[in-house]
Ligand binder design. Structure first.
Ligand SMILES: CC(C)(COP(=O)(O)OP(=O)(O)OC[C@H]1O[C@@H](n2cnc3c(N)ncnc32)[C@H](O)[C@@H]1OP(=O)(O)O)[C@@H](O)C(=O)NCCC(=O)NCCS
Length: 191
């Protein structure tokens, strides 16, 4: 797994990485290229040229030589690559707007567990929960996930850097790891 702070120009990445889809916005294009660049940074023999895009827009390797997942936010790109396990990753910069939409992705039970009243509800915890659910969505990869209905998050009281998750689409228990640093939230799954 790696995180790249984007300080290079587009030319730097274009010299190394093929662009896999049309991205009109220059900064989004830079993020896209940095995410792809990380794959080969992590595994030098990563076969960029074989990447295909599913109907769900998930990028994948047909022979599954590697499983991988990519995320970008602001000036950061993150990627996770595994030879054996399916993976999902999400990186977010916490921002207040998450509070306005939290009822769309959190159930009443999750709000009781993670955002108990009358404690002041900041925006970092909802961002961690959102990011964790995005990581599940990417790990699953087949789209059509109702974040509130299909993904149920629970605390792990022994390990504060881990969330437990029941994913009803595949009837699986997942472990989601998360970390906060430099005002970023990073979540990932290997399963
Ligand atoms: C696809 C999605 C996960 C992208 O998330 P994002 O925060 O916009 O962007 P990120 O930077 O974190 O991730 C983008 C990367 O995810 C990957 N990706 C795109 N679609 C994917 C999918 N269906 N499965 C797995 N990975 C996917 C791609 O690698 C993409 O980067 P790239 O095109 O440059 O390679 C997001 O737009 C989405 O659809 N989320 C689900 C929302 C939802 O269903 N909500 C319902 C409950 S409220």
């Amino acid at each position: 797994m790696g995180i790249w702070k984007i300080e290079e120009t587009e030319e730097f990445f274009k010299g190394n990485v093929p662009q896999h889809r049309d991205v009109t916005h220059p900064h989004k294009r830079l993020q896209h290229l940095a995410g792809r660049f990380l794959l080969q940074f992590l595994f030098p023999d990563f076969p960029y040229g074989l990447i295909q895009i599913a109907d769900t827009r998930k990028p994948f390797l047909p022979g599954e030589e590697y499983h991988f997942s990519i995320s970008h936010c602001g000036d950061f790109a993150a990627a996770i690559v595994s030879r054996n396990s399916r993976v999902g990753i999400d990186i977010e910069i916490p921002a207040e707007k998450i509070i306005r939409v939290q009822d769309k992705f959190l159930s009443a039970a999750e709000k009781e567990i993670f955002l108990p009243e009358p404690e002041p509800a900041g925006y970092t915890v909802p961002t961690i929960l959102w990011s964790s659910k995005e990581a599940v969505f990417k790990w699953y990869g087949d789209g059509e996930v109702d974040f509130k209905k299909h993904i149920r998050l629970e605390k792990n009281h022994k390990n504060p850097g881990v969330l437990h998750c029941t994913f009803s689409k595949t009837n699986q228990q997942l472990v989601i790891h998360f970390q906060q640093f430099n005002q970023l939230v990073l979540s990932w799954i290997i399963n």
